[in-house]
Design a protein around this ligand. Sequence first.
Ligand code: SAH
Length: 345
Amino acid sequence: MGGETMKNIYDLTLEEMEEYFLNHDSKKFHALQLFLWLYDKRVESYEEMTNIKKEMLDLLKKDYSIDRLKVVDVQEDEDVCKYLFELHDHEHIEAVLMRHDYGNSVCVSSQVGCNMGCKFCESGRRKKVRNLEVHEMVLQILMIEKLLGERISHVVVMGIGEPFDNYDTLIHFFKIINHPKGLAIGARHITVSTCGIIPKILEFSDFPLQINLAVSLHAPNNEIRNKIMPINKVYPIEQVMEALKIYLVKTNRRLTFEYILLKDINDSVTCAEELAKLVKNINCYINLIPYNETNNLDFQRTNTVQIMRFYDILKKNNVNVTIRREFGGNISAACGQLRSKKEEL
Ligand code: SAH
């Protein structure tokens, strides 16, 4: 059977597996057995699932492939490792492992290509080809754990793609990796980053898991943001901020704003002051990101002295601010450098 139309077993949440078994005149508890084979014992074939009846396994085999992703390349650099995966339709995506003193964190991709068109981002140079499927997101983690022989404690959905443009898949992915019988990654150890898709921010504020939300802000006003992030013309800053206020009231959580410092574009003293005003009274912290230079010569990195000046102004205005630790620049594994095309690597 061709992989294209067939669903994959790693697409299913535990609840969906239960539904499947019930719909096939079987017992609900087999779903948990199946889930444990996949996520606890981590077998890679149906044959190994010895406590599930043969007839049931035959049915499953007919309905769900158990195929994994193909690892085509692994590049390592100190405490970073970048994995290039091939998907069933021969498309490619990347995921990045970062070793921190608090654990292993994986940066996961959510789409092949991206339609958001942020001017500074390399990952978006290729238009969206398709959304990733649930199993393609789950397997990025499962396979890295296997290759590494260690557990992943933290997940950030900050790879290729706009996760809120693939919302239902994202939610399935969260349910599977967070499930205590699944990968059991704590919600507070999971972060999703969006460029600001308002309807999904609002929907996400009703999602029961305590997953962290990060928003790629990158400018303190519409004039600058329109120039570097086309999505701002659809969802302008003031409306994004309104949606985030609703999110904060509903979830009682703290937000992260990501702000890349781009030389002479958004790094002036005025910008810092305007930014401080914008986030005043909002429960958040700002993560300043030194721009990772790419082939795109329109953008340069702000120098360290100016990064510190920007940082100091925010601090003085009582904004919680950090400067992102840099990872993976040497192997093009840093923010905005991931690609979904093998030839270009
Ligand atoms: N589409 C989502 C998820 C991608 S997250 C989003 O926009 O939030 C990747 C983060 O890296 C985003 O904040 C993105 O703006 C940032 N980024 C993109 N290109 C970058 C670059 N060249 N240097 C540093 N950060 C970059």
